[in-house]
Structure formats: C-alpha cells, structure tokens
Design a protein around this ligand. Structure first.
Ligand code: ATP
Ligand code: MG
Length: 339
C-alpha cells in the first residue's frame, strides 16, 4: 500500500487515518511518499516522478490526502499527480458512498427522508472532462468555445457493469438523453442491455434534472446511482452534503479489472484551515476504512465505520460537525471507539 499525504490539510488528516490503520493491526506494509507535494514541485518542477508513479502502480492501493496549493495555481502540479494516476492507471470508476452519519447532520426537514445510504458511481475518464475541444476567434466578439462530451461503448459498458456489481437493491441510471441525443442514446442502449442481464436487480432511469430533485425529496429510495462524469460530479457532491458534509465524504478511484484503487477523501487541501489543527479527520479515516474493505479486510472496514458512528454519536467531533475537538482529538476519539 502506498500513501500520498499531499498538501494543506492532507498530511494532517492522513496522519489520523494511518494511526487508525495502525490500531487495526492488519499488518499492511505502508510505503509513505511524503515527498510528493507542492514544496517539492516548486523546487524540482516534477509533480510525480516516474519512480514514484511505479511505486504506486506496484502497490495494491493508494491512500491520498489532497494535492494542491495556492502557489501552484495555474501550473500542472495537481493535474500532474491526480490526472496522471487516474488516466495512466485507467481508474475509470469514481465510487462515492453517501451514508448519513447522524440524524442531526441531515439538512432535510422530514425525519423519514433523512437516512440515505447510497453509492454514486461516476464515470471517471470520459465525458465532458476529457479535455477535447478548442476555441475559435478567441478574444473577438464572435468567439466560440467547444468542449466535446465523449462517451465510448467500452467506457459506458464497464462503468454500468461496475454499478451492477456493487448493487444491493437497485441501480438508477441518470442521463439527459432527451436533450443530449448521441451520448444519451449510447448510455440508454448499454443500460438496457445490462438491465436485461440482471433481472434480480431493480432498475430505474431518471433524467438528471429530475434525479437531483428526487435525491433531495427522498434520498432513501436510492441504492446505486450511475452517471457520466459531469452528472456524477454534481450528484456526488449533493449526496455528500445530504450525508453530513464534505469533512466526512469518501471516494475511491478504481479500475475494477486490475483491482487497483486510489482512495481519497472528497475534500481538497482546504488552505483556509490548513495548519490550524481543526480539519475533520473523519473523511480520511472512513476513506482508509473503505480501502481496507476493498483489500479484503471486511471486518476491519466495518469496525472503522462503527467507531466513527459512535464518536459522532457522542459529539466527539471537529467544529464542522458541531463539536469542539482538534484534528488529533477527533482522531483519538475514533480510535477509542475501535477498542
Ligand atoms: P482544493 O482546491 O484543494 O479543493 P478548496 O479551497 O476547494 O481546496 P476544499 O478542501 O474543497 O477547499 O474545502 C472547501 C471548504 O470546506 C473550505 O472552507 C474548507 O475549510 C472546508 N473543509 C474541507 N475539508 C474539510 C475538513 N476535512 N474539515 C473541515 N472543513 C473542511
Ligand atoms: Mg475543492
């Protein structure tokens, strides 16, 4: 296993995640790449060296804190680390669980609608974010900008297959095929084929505008939601907020064929609170739990979830979740519930 603590609050929260893993005593060999950060990039001009990339590739999974730094804005630094890993390791699934951590953290008014427990499966390598496009007549009154949304049969099929592979109750496919005809049609065909092959799973389809509304109206009806890169992006942030907020949200970038996973909390480097010892470590701790579950340590993963639930129940949390603990104290509170 490799670990990239990164920048900003990344090292602060990853430290607590690693202490949690240590307490679980799973005998994971940890290769910590603490030299992959913005300081090193500003010194050397290299975001992720070939040597470090190979160390990551050779490992079963990577835990990443967050990368980015105001001093590297406008450079290729963050993209050089994250996008290189995502594309060169072909991490085509973005798996984002959203489970309500505690009733008091839900923004929803009606109690019976609060307890969501779903996974957003976002296509991670195609769509509108593939970087294909260009500009015509830039800087003129008749400027035109093009960003091409790309969907391939292979890309759509494999991410839909992944969604079915993790479904417990049902899969909901979200698109905008009534307005985006070409890509939408492709998603629709692959979706129908996959649904026919899995009659045991309840399948539903929603247009994205309706899906965001339904998710807020009653998220309890969803199990797995699968969508393209941009709709998945939006749906997963919405789901994270319904589940208790950014400080606790987890994600995995996966290649389901090789089994490799890059696990990262959803939050970024949070420069506004970095170095103050107040960042919520729960996102990173739950992400570490998700990772060990993926590596086959199912009981350990459940133990992490239960310990976090109990710490939050006792209001042993950082300020973003309503408590008054520091990062270190909140991490210790989770570990205390592990035993
Ligand atoms: P980046 O560019 O690296 O994504 P950002 O400026 O977008 O950084 P985020 O990390 O996405 O910052 O955070 C957005 C807001 O949420 C910030 O105000 C930040 O302080 C808060 N936040 C993010 N993560 C946490 C956390 N773990 N604990 C507490 N607050 C957090
Ligand atoms: Mg951000």
């Amino acid at each position: 296993m490799t670990v990239i603590p990164g920048d900003g609050i990344g090292p602060e929260v990853v430290h607590e995640a690693l202490l949690t893993l240590e307490a679980l005593d799973l005998g994971l060999g940890l290769d910590v790449l603490d030299h992959v950060n913005a300081d090193a990039y500003l010194r050397t001009g290299t975001a992720l060296s070939d040597r470090d990339f190979e160390r990551v590739r050779a490992s079963a999974a990577t835990l990443l804190g967050a990368v980015g730094d105001p001093r590297t804005d406008g450079t290729d630094y963050a993209r050089g680390v994250l996008l290189r890993l995502r594309f060169d390791l072909d991490l085509y699934v973005n798996h984002r669980p959203a489970r309500l951590l505690h009733d008091r953290l839900s923004p929803l008014r009606r109690k019976e609608h609060r307890p969501l427990d779903c996974v957003i499966v976002r296509e991670n390598t195609e769509g509108l974010y593939a970087g294909i496009g260009g500009r015509l007549r830039p800087g003129t009154p008749h400027e035109v900008a093009l960003d091409v949304e790309i969907s391939t049969g292979h890309g759509v099929e494999r991410v839909i297959d992944y969604a079915f592979s993790i479904a417990r109750r049902g899969v909901c496919m979200v698109d905008k095929s009534n307005a985006v005809r070409n890509g939408g049609g492709l998603w629709q065909r692959r979706w129908r084929e996959a649904a026919e092959a899995r009659p045991d799973i309840e399948t539903t389809h929603l247009y994205v505008d309706n899906a965001v509304m339904q998710l807020v109206a009653d998220p309890t009806r969803f199990d797995v939601i699968v969508a393209n890169n941009s709709y998945g992006d939006i749906l997963s942030d919405l789901a994270a907020e319904l589940a208790g907020g950014l400080g606790a949200a987890t994600s995995a970038n996966l290649n389901a064929a090789t089994g490799f996973g890059l696990f990262e909390p959803v939050h970024g480097t949070a420069p506004d609170i970095a170095g103050q010892g107040v960042a919520n470590p729960v996102g990173a701790i739950l992400t570490a739990g998700l990772m060990v579950g993926h590596l086959g340590h199912r009981d350990a993963a459940k133990a992490v979830t239960r310990a976090v639930d109990r710490a939050i129940d006792l209001e042993r949390t950082t300020p973003d979740l309503g408590g008054d603990l520091t990062t270190a104290e909140a991490g210790a509170a989770v570990r205390a519930e592990l035993r």
